[in-house]
Ligand binder design. Structure first.
Ligand code: HEM
Length: 377
């Protein structure tokens, strides 16, 4: 499908190191000015969108991380409806998340099938891969070309691309340009569907557990008051909101099977020998629903992360160590994801109530907890 440049799909090696280093240099957790303003901009627009057309909430949610990712990566401000860059990006990323589930296609298990000619019955996956490759190319190339053209015209908003292209010189131009293009392309792919899934989970959790809304609103009223919206300075002072963020990521993990890792060298674990090349599919779902760490794991209960003083209890296993992957490949954008989720949740609960539709007898219609199967749930 042509995604071999995508950071999560890269094998451990120079190309991966260069991408990860470039990403981390730009989005270092200490450099909050690079991303916080953009998140605030999209979350505030989301609030006004919800006020005007609450029935379109699913689309409005998608625009927060999707729009923020495109702005952060390319300096392109995303339109409210039918943005062409978002459309292309969503199309491409939908395909990779569906096809990325280990075993989704027989060829994942029997790689030799990739040599089967396209006309043989059952080889439809090859045609699909071809189409998806076109989507991927449009996604990676168009937004980057647009960002470069704005930089050349001098009217680009500062972004990952504009800053990273400053480091370019004649001796490394070709390699560096491709590195910037690949890393920028990865940002939407890694940031959007994952964060959207978590925000959807937050909304459905509020319908099923309305007491959480009341408790959160009382914390927000106490800490922030009613005359302004939450800002990042309030993050440390609102442990209940942070506990909701953690419970969202634990209760319905965004990537229940994480991302598969391949062993580079033979290794031994608890007496089992694993040859180099072994593929591990971490069962993040099971870890995040382990009853020893999280009693009654199917219940959404943010309080499980708090101590008796109402602060985050550091003795409870932090879901971040499982919900965002593992080892040196752990999500490089955890701080951006957490910031986006915290601000979205705090802002929504500061300004709105969330309640289910009611039927003609006035009874709540609770949506089913149904998740589509894909690498991003
Ligand atoms: C709720 C939101 C998110 C979740 C649940 C999530 C989860 C993950 C997971 C499970 C991985 C694979 C880790 C592994 O291979 O073990 C990953 C990788 C990655 N994520 Fe996230 N992510 C989220 C948001 C973001 C955001 C907002 C960004 C950037 C703006 C980001 C950037 C990355 C990058 C760069 C990688 C590749 C790391 C590597 O292969 O070295 N993620 N993420």
């Amino acid at each position: 499908m042509g995604w071999d440049w995508f950071m999560s799909a890269l094998p451990y090696g120079e190309q991966w190191k260069d991408q990860r280093r470039l990403f981390q240099q730009h989005f270092h957790p200490s450099n909050v000015t690079v991303y916080e303003d953009t998140i605030v901009e999209y979350v505030h627009e989301f609030l006004s969108d919800i006020l005007q057309t609450p029935q379109d909430f699913l689309a409005h949610v998608r625009r927060i991380p999707g729009g923020a990712a495109i702005s952060l990566a390319y300096g392109i401000k995303v339109e409210r409806y039918n943005d062409r860059f978002v459309k292309v990006a969503e199309h491409a990323v939908n395909a990779i998340t569906a096809a990325g589930v280990p075993g989704a296609f027989l060829v994942d298990i029997f790689p030799i099938l990739k040599y089967v000619p396209e006309f043989i019955p059952g080889a439809g996956f090859k045609q699909k891969a071809k189409e998806w490759r076109q989507d991927m190319l449009a996604f990676r190339n168009d937004s980057f070309a647009e960002a470069i053209s704005r930089i050349e015209l001098g009217n680009a908003r500062p972004s990952f691309t504009s800053r990273a292209m400053e480091g370019i010189n004649a001796s490394n131009a070709e390699y560096h340009t491709k590195l910037v293009q690949d890393t920028a392309g990865m940002i939407y792919g890694a940031a959007s569907h994952t964060t959207i899934s978590a925000i959807y989970t937050f909304l459905i959790a509020m319908l099923h557990y309305p007491y959480v809304i009341k408790k959160a609103q009382s914390e927000l009223d106490r800490v922030i008051g009613q005359s302004r919206l939450p800002d990042f300075g309030d993050m440390k002072r609102t442990p209940y909101i942070m506990a909701i963020v953690k419970e969202v990521l634990r209760w319905q993990p965004v990537t229940p099977q994480a991302i598969p890792h391949r062993l580079m060298e033979e290794d031994v674990y608890e007496g089992y020998v694993f040859p180099a090349g072994t593929i591990f599919v971490p069962n993040a779902w099971a870890m995040l629903h382990n009853e020893e760490d999280y009693p009654e794991p199917m219940v959404f209960r943010p309080e499980r992360f708090l101590n008796s003083n109402g602060n985050i209890n550091i003795e409870i296993r932090d879901p971040n160590g499982m919900a965002f992957g593992f080892g040196r490949r752990i999500c490089a954008g955890i701080h951006i994801a957490e910031a986006t989720l915290w601000l979205t949740i705090a802002s929504v609960l500061s300004t709105f109530d969330i309640s289910p539709r009611v039927d003609k007898d006035g009874k709540d219609i609770l949506p089913k907890l149904f998740y589509q199967s894909s690498i991003v749930s």
